[in-house]
Design a protein. Structure first.
Lengths: 341, 341
DNA sequence: TGGTTTTCTCGAAACGTTTCATGGTATTTT
DNA sequence: AAAATACCATGAAACGTTTCGAGAAAACCA
């Protein structure tokens, strides 16, 4: 039993009512030339009266463009509650509104062998924002596929392969520099470092920056001052005790993410130590939570909304301009002084 | 200059290679009967080799179904950083994966006169989750439009009109009851109440529950103990001073949202008062931030992920079962004891 | 005025699917 | 062995657009 016979207004309905060919209506709807002003106006009026709304799907089919931005993020059941991602997505959403595009979300189960290109093809996505790739797998073939098929895309964050692609990230080196400089200015010489996910783009970069700069600022160089986390709260909690039980304890902790810093803070407080008096803590990201923990976390702000917005901007520019050179945008981080240092 | 001539594998390419009609390939791809096993297998093999992936857009066009869930949320520049919404969205995303649907986001600018139905029609959305409607405008016509055109939908949270529709919400009355019972058990008799947005579904419900129950628990009944917020942090900050400057100060504050509670806490701490010793604070929602503030906020947990998931479930059931009666699901809240009480 | 150019409108084809009536082949029944 | 039935595969039509070549009408020019 069909319940809903009522069908929507199409271009043909308008054509019939106006007594013209439906192709003419199409021209009017797309604001193309070669239609006399009089007829154009008449058609517009009728379309308005009938409440016409173009069917984007039919449009997509023929143009092979979807007016859609697809955000592809790694399979992670809690993706949406990581406020780091959220702030980026907010930026993306703003950009979508600016360009009058719909926003689609896909989580990519790399294990199932689904590729970025397949997603774009399946849904006719023409702009893709690729988030936080896990570099355990080589994705240069994925990129080639997107390229070959005219899909425009940007990476968030930095793309690690050697192809030239659009990507937006924070200037990690500068971020680490600001952080260490601040710690040094407070008289710290022995700084523990909780490193981030080694399979991400940001993790290794921050680690390298730390290694290079901690020497420059004259910090102690013991290897045991660095522990390996993966950006999560849990890893901060897990690794912090290793730093606390060192014979010679650090006076400050620098974590490569706020979540790890917050996890570490929890351990430190549990040990009865006071932050920042007994041990200073510094994070990286400036996620929402950083402002709420006690004491509020001093951290390096990434301009996350801006990053999301710029990622879309870049992809759009690539699309509109044949000769636009894909580029990597490294935005400036900023010190957020709060009470944990 | 066309750069990308390469075109994707279609059902026809497969048909040609297999030497059959493309309609036969279609049958195979959709797992329909009436194709001999031998041929089916042959076609599947070829499709696999060629890396076929169905074009959902063409599919949508003909079936008028999009395999898409559209989430429509109110125009709000910071929608995505409100973790309350996020946790719901996480649930929606989980459900989408379960049902193998893509997730689309739309912010509805009610002022521009865009309607829910227009969005669904434009993008051929067939399942819609309508979030946090602002009831300053009557939307019963919108609902009728959706109905008339066979669009299935759920409200989040409760729908206030008289039509029978799918909606998912938390049992506000029970939540308020649990909260006040707990406050009463701690000996509080004078409780300040910061009410939520009066144009939402939850705001008035919680206010009414408060009014009814605070009497039952024997709390003071001064009108001045209730102030009017709108769920935001800022409104909590704004309204709290009115309660602090009362001749007879309340011993506890109950806010209709965590954000307002956190805003209130800030004001209280600034006045040099200690929480919970000088004044207890209780929130509602259990957003992410509640666990991070100092002292951690005692609050009423809404099962937000579950709510998102159930909203999709309901819409799907309506779609699959002609006779399914639209229903309102009121999920049970839960007391999160933390340190602010 | 007659021819040429420009402007406007139209009809047909295409996009990649699904659906459905039709007919052909294989299998069963009598 | 012929008739009836089941099973397969097909080709055409449809979904709502855009595009494009062609014809008709209008405008221009000499």
């Amino acid at each position: 039993m069909k319940r809903f016979e009522k069908t929507s207004i199409t271009i043909k309905d308008i054509a019939k009512k106006a007594g013209v060919a439906h192709s003419t209506v199409s021209l009017v709807m797309n604001d193309r030339e070669h239609v006399s002003p009089k007829l154009r106006e008449k058609i517009l009026k009728i379309a308005n009266e009938m409440g016409y709304m173009p069917n984007m799907v039919a449009r997509s089919l023929i143009s092979k463009k979807s007016s859609t931005v697809g955000v592809v993020f790694p399979e992670n059941p809690h993706f949406f509650t990581i406020t780091y991602f959220l702030m980026i997505i907010e930026g993306i959403q703003n950009a979508c509104k600016k360009y009058n595009r719909a926003l689609m979300f896909f989580s990519l189960d790399q294990t199932k062998g689904e590729s970025y290109y397949q997603i774009s093809r399946k849904w006719l996505i023409d702009l893709m924002i690729i988030m936080n790739v896990d570099y355990t797998r080589d994705i240069s073939k994925d990129i080639q596929d997107l390229r070959d098929n005219g899909i425009y895309f940007s990476f968030l964050t930095k793309y690690l392969g050697k192809e030239k692609v659009n990507s937006v990230c924070v200037d990690n080196f500068e971020g680490v520099r600001i952080a260490l400089e601040y710690l040094a200015s407070q008289g710290h010489k022995r700084v523990g470092f909780i490193a981030g996910n080694p399979n991400s783009a940001d993790g290794p970069e921050r680690s390298q920056a730390y290694k290079a700069l901690s020497r420059k600022f004259g910090f102690d160089q013991d290897d045991e001052l660095t522990v390996q986390g993966d950006f999560t709260f849990e890893s901060g909690e897990r690794e912090m005790p290793k730093l606390l039980t060192l014979k010679k304890r650090p006076t400050a902790i620098f974590a490569a993410s706020d979540y790890m810093a917050i996890g570490a803070m929890r351990v430190i407080k549990e040990q009865g130590l006071y932050i920042p008096k007994d041990m200073a803590v510094m994070g990286f990201d400036n996620t929402l939570e950083a402002a709420y923990v006690e004491p509020a976390l001093t951290t390096i702000r990434q301009p996350l909304q801006e990053m999301g917005e710029k990622a879309v901007d870049l992809a759009i520019r690539s699309m509109n301009d044949e000769n636009f050179e894909p580029q990597t945008l490294a935005l400036k981080p900023e010190l957020m002084k709060r009470r944990s240092c």
